[in-house]
Design a binder for this molecule. Structure first.
Ligand SMILES: Cc1cc2nc3c(=O)[nH]c(=O)nc-3n(C[C@H](O)[C@H](O)[C@H](O)COP(=O)(O)O)c2cc1C
Length: 196
C-alpha cells in the first residue's frame, strides 16, 4: 500500500464512524507531544482534515503544545472511534502551516470560538474570569456569525506528516486486529500485522 491508499483507508474508517455515530466529535483526537521537561504531554484537539497526506490540527501556537512542538516536531495523534470500535495511532512530524488555508480554518470556526481565540491567552494563568468575559462581551458587540474577526498572530495550524500509522479494530475476544503501516528509509510504506 502507498500513503494515498492508507489515507483512503483512514477516511473510509472515519466515514464509517461518522455514519454510525451516536456521539458527536469523531474528529476529536489526542495530540501527544514531548514535554519540555521530558514528560509526554497529551490533550484532545480536533482534526481539521487530511490534506496532501498530512493530518491538520489547529489552535494557539504560543500555548504549551506550541512551545513543545517548536522544541520537538515529533508528535502522536490518537483516535478512538467507539461506534466502530477502532483505534488509530499516528506518529509524525508537525510543521506550522503557512498561507491562506490557515485563515480559512480560523474563519470556519463559529463566532464564539473565534472571539475566545482573540481575548484569551490560552494556557496563561487566569486571574479574573469576569475580566475575560467582559472583554469577550465588548468584542462581540454588534458582531454576528458572518462578521470578520481578524485571526490572532498566535493562532495557526499544524500539518502532521505521518511516518507510522496503526489501525486497531477492537475485539471482545481480545484478538484485536492490528495493522501497522510504516515509512521506511526509501519513503516506501510497508504493512505488518501485529499480535493483539
Ligand atoms: C474535544 C476537544 C477538542 C478540542 N479541540 C481543540 C483544538 O482543535 N485545538 C486546540 O488548540 N485545543 C483544543 N481543545 C483544547 C485542548 O485540549 C487544550 O486544552 C488546549 O489546546 C491547550 O493545550 P496546551 O496547553 O497543551 O497548549 C479541545 C479539547 C477537547 C476536549
Amino acid at each position: 500500500m502507498n500513503i494515498t491508499d492508507i489515507i483512503i483507508l483512514f477516511q473510509h474508517y472515519l466515514h464509517q464512524e461518522i455514519q454510525t455515530r451516536k456521539q458527536r466529535l469523531p474528529y476529536a483526537c489526542c495530540l501527544s507531544t514531548i514535554g519540555l521537561d521530558g514528560f509526554p504531554n497529551a490533550r484532545f484537539v480536533s482534526l481539521k482534515e487530511v490534506r496532501d497526506g498530512k493530518f491538520i490540527v489547529s489552535g494557539t501556537l504560543s500555548s504549551r503544545k506550541g512551545d513543545e512542538i517548536q522544541a520537538h516536531h515529533q508528535v502522536a495523534l490518537t483516535f478512538w472511534w467507539p461506534e466502530t470500535q477502532r483505534q488509530v495511532r499516528i506518529q509524525g512530524i508537525a510543521q506550522v502551516m503557512e498561507g491562506e488555508m490557515v485563515d480559512q480554518y480560523f474563519n470556519e470556526r463559529n463566532l464564539g470560538s473565534r472571539i475566545v481565540s482573540v481575548v484569551s491567552d490560552q494556557g496563561k494563568v487566569l486571574h479574573d474570569l469576569n475580566e475575560l468575559t467582559q472583554q469577550y462581551d465588548t468584542f462581540a458587540q454588534g458582531l454576528d456569525e458572518n462578521s470578520q474577526v481578524p485571526r490572532p498572530e498566535n493562532w495557526g495550524a499544524y500539518a502532521i506528516e505521518p511516518i507510522r500509522i496503526e489501525f486497531l479494530t477492537f475485539s471482545e475476544s481480545r484478538f484485536h486486529d492490528r495493522s501497522l503501516f510504516q515509512k521506511d528509509q526509501d519513503d516506501e510504506w510497508t504493512e505488518i500485522k501485529l499480535q493483539p
